[in-house]
Design a protein around this ligand. Structure first.
Ligand code: SF4
Ligand code: SF4
Length: 221
């Protein structure tokens, strides 16, 4: 089982039976979701986060700092499932959005991959030209996400409190001052979905997009 977010930090305090019950509940819902399961799980994560933020505010905690144009977290390799990548491509086609495939290909040169083309986690991301360090979907004009409705799960759960100053990792290493907000509820969802898609998830979004790209992909002007 792949573990993410707060679950990756240690399971010692989680009773085994409760852990598996929760994983099974999420997996059965997801696997039974058919063709719409990606959009359904995105909606579930969004609703879960909204409810948790509302709960925290009732206890006097401020909402996350995250807002439109706040994009230090969009400067690293992004993971997504093969189905999320397919959904993103459909969205781009439907909305006439071009993808800078050449940039996506250049970015792969800065990720160490194994024989199966899975990213090993070792990265020289910040050795790239500054322009290449940003996600291919970050709008250059207003620094917003061009595919917001279909952005991957990892982007939905990435939240920080207080400031965006420490949100950019350096070559995959998180800033020690980072103030990420990790909700166990979303860590369960991420862990279950990524485990189900373990064959595609470590390809990274860039490789999945390139793999599904047209034979002569159009380039951004
Ligand atoms: S995670 Fe950090 S950089 Fe990303 S939107 Fe939230 S505050 Fe901004
Ligand atoms: S998909 Fe959108 S939110 Fe996610 S890293 Fe790219 S620009 Fe940022």
């Amino acid at each position: 089982m792949l573990l993410y977010g707060s679950l990756a930090g240690g399971l010692e305090e989680v009773p085994a039976e409760l852990f598996w019950q929760e994983c099974r509940r999420i997996a059965e819902t997801y696997l039974g979701g058919g063709r719409e399961r990606t959009r359904q799980v995105h909606a579930l994560v969004d609703a879960t986060i909204d409810a948790l933020i509302e709960r925290d505010q009732r206890f006097g905690y401020p909402p996350p700092f995250c807002r439109k144009g706040c994009c230090n977290c969009c400067r690293e390799a992004v993971y997504c499932t093969d189905e999320e990548a397919a959904d993103i491509l459909d969205y781009c086609r439907e909305n006439g959005l071009e993808i800078d495939y050449a940039k996506a290909a250049r970015q792969l040169d800065y990720l160490e991959c194994d024989a199966g083309l899975d990213h090993t986690g070792v990265t020289r991301w910040n050795d790239q030209e500054p322009e290449d360090q940003t996600c291919v979907f970050l709008d250059r004009a207003d620094q917003s996400c061009r595919i917001w409705p279909v952005r991957p799960l990892v982007c939905r759960v990435h939240l920080a409190e207080g400031t965006d100053r420490y949100c950019a990792p350096h070559n995959g290493v998180e800033n020690p001052h980072a103030r990420a907000i990790d909700y166990p509820e979303t860590s369960y969802i991420l862990s279950v979905v990524f485990t189900i898609h373990r064959d595609s998830i470590r390809k990274t979004m860039g490789r999945l997009l390139l793999g599904a790209a047209p034979a002569s992909p159009p380039q951004e002007k």
